[in-house]
Design a protein around this ligand. Structure first.
Ligand code: SF4
Ligand code: SF4
Length: 195
């Protein structure tokens, strides 16, 4: 926990919360997951859309920040694709079938600010469920639509591969740090604009 101030949407209003560098507790109850019902998901998205509409001009910095974030994320995707090609096809314990992760506020904000199609619902529906987007041939979301936790996760098999390529590992680590910082900048710019 790094103590960075962040926000979430609850009942259509912004609330300050403590943010963590995304270590979602695997035993978190469903109630701890934001917007975990169709109604809450719809309300959260409607709230963000309203704020974007009401603060269109003031949100220029946040939009540019989201654009920069998209650029850095897209540097990471080929690295992850390459790792997945070497590991996922033969995997017998697919991480998405047991992941207890979700779209957080920064993820949702990024999707809206960058004009990326919003997933139809939060990842999880029920306690003990697995991600609704995990299909027989992998994730049904485009990489750019997935929560950041799905981008940065490197499983043990992939970690083993990366260990053989220190330069590649260093580059990935640097890009992920940039993304983390850029997510904060985007959120901060958003808060300044709508406050
Ligand atoms: S990322 Fe790792 S754990 Fe997940 S499906 Fe691929 S090989 Fe399996
Ligand atoms: S969104 Fe996609 S990558 Fe993330 S847990 Fe769900 S299926 Fe896996």
């Amino acid at each position: 926990m790094d103590g960075h101030a962040a926000v979430r949407i609850r009942s259509g209003r912004l609330e300050a919360v403590r943010d963590s560098w995304y270590h979602p507790p695997m035993n978190a109850p469903l109630s701890a997951i934001p917007w975990n019902s169709p109604a809450l998901w719809q309300a959260a998205n409607a709230s963000v859309l309203t704020l974007l509409r009401q603060n269109r001009t003031a949100l220029g910095t946040a939009r540019r920040s989201a654009g920069r974030l998209r650029y850095v994320l897209e540097q990471v995707f080929p690295i992850m694709e390459n790792l997945c090609r070497q590991t996922c096809t033969a995997c017998t314990d697919v991480c998405c079938r047991r992941a207890w992760v979700w779209i957080d506020f920064k993820d949702l904000l990024f999707l809206h600010l960058a004009g990326i199609p919003i997933p139809e619902a939060q990842l999880l529906r029920r306690q003990g469920d697995h991600c609704r987007y995990a299909g027989p041939h992998g994730c049904r979301l485009e990489r750019i639509q997935r929560p950041f936790v799905c981008t940065w996760y490197v499983c043990p098999a992939q970690s083993h591969l990366l260990a053989k390529h220190p330069e590649g590992k260093q580059r990935l680590s640097s890009l992920l740090s940039q993304i983390k910082a850029q997510r904060r900048r985007m959120e901060d710019a958003f808060i300044r604009a709508v406050a």
